[in-house]
Design a protein around this ligand. Structure first.
Ligand SMILES: [Fe+2]
Ligand SMILES: [Fe+2]
Length: 183
């Protein structure tokens, strides 16, 4: 039986993957027009920071993955701290580099066009692989290995986390960007 917490995390992955599609199309159009869409990249950066990182990765790190690190010994340590957390950090790096690129581009440095494209595509690629790995390997491993009692508490804490956060605004922004960057 699938757990509430995992269902929520997988729904969030689906939304994050929709954003990575938007980012790829945006990159393609920026290549065609040989410019950086500064305002839209800033929208994407805010979306990633608020939804993908603070809300989604935040929830993983504070609730489910925290239990896996505490309960599953070396394997938990290796899979979570040694892999998932490193990928979360790599995502943050791409986002900070996207921001630097748009800042410098606005100051007239056109060469950072390349860095902008690189980090938009880099983030999209990284997150696709990361989300897939979690859906197919990490979450099922957590479900198989953690005690029922801990999984109950993961569900409860996830519910609370969700009550304090509204995703509506983020989902609306996602739809608007999808509309703008249709194929
Ligand atoms: Fe993650
Ligand atoms: Fe995730």
């Amino acid at each position: 039986m699938k757990r509430y917490a995992i269902e929520i995390l997988e729904i969030e992955h689906a939304n994050i993957l929709r954003m990575t599609q938007v980012m790829r199309r945006m990159a393609l159009r920026m290549m065609e027009e040989k410019t950086l869409f500064v305002d839209d990249i800033r929208l994407v950066i805010d979306w990633i920071r608020g939804y993908a990182d603070k809300h989604h990765h935040g929830k993983e790190e504070v609730i489910l993955f925290d239990e896996m690190v505490k309960e599953l010994g070396d394997v938990g340590e290796r899979l979570i701290r040694g892999a998932m957390y490193i990928e979360h950090d790599a995502g943050r790096y791409h986002v900070s580099q996207m921001e630097e690129a748009v800042n410098h581009f606005e100051e007239g440095n056109e060469e950072v066009f390349l860095d902008g494209i690189t980090h938009v595509l880099g983030y999209a690629e990284l997150l696709k692989r990361h989300a897939l790995k979690e859906n197919e390997v990490i979450y099922p491993f957590g479900l198989r290995s953690l005690d029922e009692k801990i999984l109950d508490s993961v569900d409860e804490r996830t519910k609370k986390f969700e009550e304090d956060f509204s995703a509506d605004e983020y989902l609306e922004q996602l739809e608007q960007l999808e509309e703008k960057y249709q194929r």
